[in-house]
Design a protein. Structure first.
Length: 170
């Protein structure tokens, strides 16, 4: 009987740990919009956020790189080591969604090391999702409508000129 109660207690503990831990981890994540909106109150704090690596890695002479990370339309420069950036294999652009990363690091509203820039010095970088192709809408309909719109525009121009020459009618 005692063994069953121990097994039941362990089962409940494992289930609770599996459910509560991800919820707790999600609460620690901040949105980049929130960091931008209230920067002074968060300067010097350790922040954790997720986003898409975009553009390209900007190599620094000291063996570090700057990677721009985008989240909900807001991007921030993240200063990290080459080793931390090694998992980022693709950067977002027009044709692809870049590597999704989780960054933890110190928020600097006016970083003295980088000329007063707003940045995050990464303490840890982990890859959440690898790059994927971006879905783009087909241009077929737009290409078909473009000559029609051009013809209508030219027609309106000539109609305007003709009516303008007959001012006495208006």
């Amino acid at each position: 009987m005692r063994v069953r109660s121990v097994i039941a207690s362990l089962t409940v503990a494992v289930v609770l740990a599996a459910v509560v831990q991800p919820a707790f981890a999600a609460e620690n994540l901040v949105r980049l919009n929130d960091l931008i909106a209230y920067p002074a109150s968060r300067s010097g704090e350790t922040v954790v956020f997720e986003g898409e690596a975009i553009g390209q890695a900007l190599r620094q002479p000291d063996g570090h790189v700057f990677v721009n990370v985008l989240d909900d339309g807001t991007a921030v420069g993240v200063y990290m080591t080459d080793q931390q950036s090694s998992g980022i294999i693709g950067y977002g652009g027009y044709k692809q969604i870049g590597t999704i990363v989780r960054v933890s690091g110190e928020l600097n509203v006016a970083c003295a090391q980088h000329g007063g820039d707003f940045d995050v010095h990464a303490a840890g970088v982990s890859v959440i999702e690898q790059p994927t192709a971006r879905e783009t809408e087909p241009l077929g309909l737009r290409l078909m409508l473009a000559p029609i719109a051009l013809a209508l525009g030219i027609g309106q121009f000539f109609l305007y000129r003709r009516l303008r020459s007959h001012r006495h009618l208006f």
